[in-house]
Design a protein around this ligand. Structure first.
Ligand SMILES: *[C@@H]1O[C@H](CO)[C@@H](O)[C@H](O)[C@H]1NC(C)=O
Length: 250
């Protein structure tokens, strides 16, 4: 499940760069995204999809160095200087490391438009055997890191009217024993997303939405078009809400 929120109410107006012969419009050319845990699995898939839309991507990795480097080379062979791999262990000194990581990205490319918090660890912790170390490690990477990455990213995202996407999991809403601690971390991430969506929303709410404006019909139409598209082929029985944040506002 993807939870998305926008730092600012303005939608970015971007020219559509439709490359002849390609079926995807590169509407994000010139925009910069950071994807954590992008060396492998879902993080890598997210970074690849963003890159296809034109994003320059910062591939964050910790232990998947070889995968991250070869992924970077692959993306750069498609478009020059469109990807770079950044290392950080986000399970310790998280606040400081998140700050360094994002400062490095902005130093390299001059801006930040999107943060995707995807890095996570996943393993069973039967209640009788869970150690404090496991608890700390799971919470630190899966919840504390996205929180402090968002804190560090917020000033940059404000400048570009950018967004944060947190990759949660249905297990954040429906438990799967004995993955209890993992489920707890994802429930925490969902609340981090909702809380920060409110706190980082524009100051003046209009129309009682955190994004400070009423919706326009096109945005609803585009959401429907997305749901009907091949991109949403794996979505069923799930809700998506183009409501300007009314799902989180009291
Ligand atoms: C990052 O990698 C280091 C070195 O392999 C390891 O000790 C640490 O646990 C990793 N951090 C996470 C969050 O997996």
């Amino acid at each position: 499940m993807l939870y998305l929120y926008q730092i600012k109410s303005f939608l970015i107006f971007i020219l559509l760069f439709c490359v002849p012969g390609q079926d995807i419009c590169q509407w994000a050319l010139g925009h910069v995204a950071v994807v954590t845990g992008a060396g492998q699995r879902v993080g890598k898939a997210i970074a690849a999809s963003l890159h296809k839309r034109g994003y320059t991507v910062a591939i964050h990795y910790n232990e998947s160095k070889d995968e991250a480097i070869s992924f970077m080379a692959e993306l750069n062979s498609i478009r020059k200087n469109s990807a770079y791999a950044f290392h950080a262990d986000l399970s310790r000194n998280v606040r400081e490391r998140a700050g360094h990581l994002l400062a490095e990205v902005v130093e390299k490319w001059g801006r930040l438009d999107l943060l995707v918090n995807s890095a996570a660890i996943y393993y069973a912790t039967p209640i009788a055997e869970t150690t404090e170390e496991q608890w700390d490690k799971l919470l630190d990477l899966n919840a504390k890191a996205p929180y402090f990455m968002t804190q560090a990213a917020a000033p940059y995202l404000k400048e570009t009217h950018g967004s944060v996407v947190n990759v949660a999991d249905i297990l954040g809403e429906r438990p799967n024993a004995p993955f209890n601690v993992y489920c707890i971390t994802k429930a925490t991430l969902i609340m981090i997303t909702k809380s920060l969506a409110l706190e980082l929303a524009p100051e003046n709410w209009i129309s009682k939405t955190p994004l400070g404006r009423a919706r326009n019909g096109e945005e609803v139409g585009d959401t429907v078009a997305f749901l009907a598209s091949p991109s949403a082929a794996f979505m069923t029985g799930a809700g998506i809400s183009p409501s300007g944040g009314r799902t989180v506002a009291l």
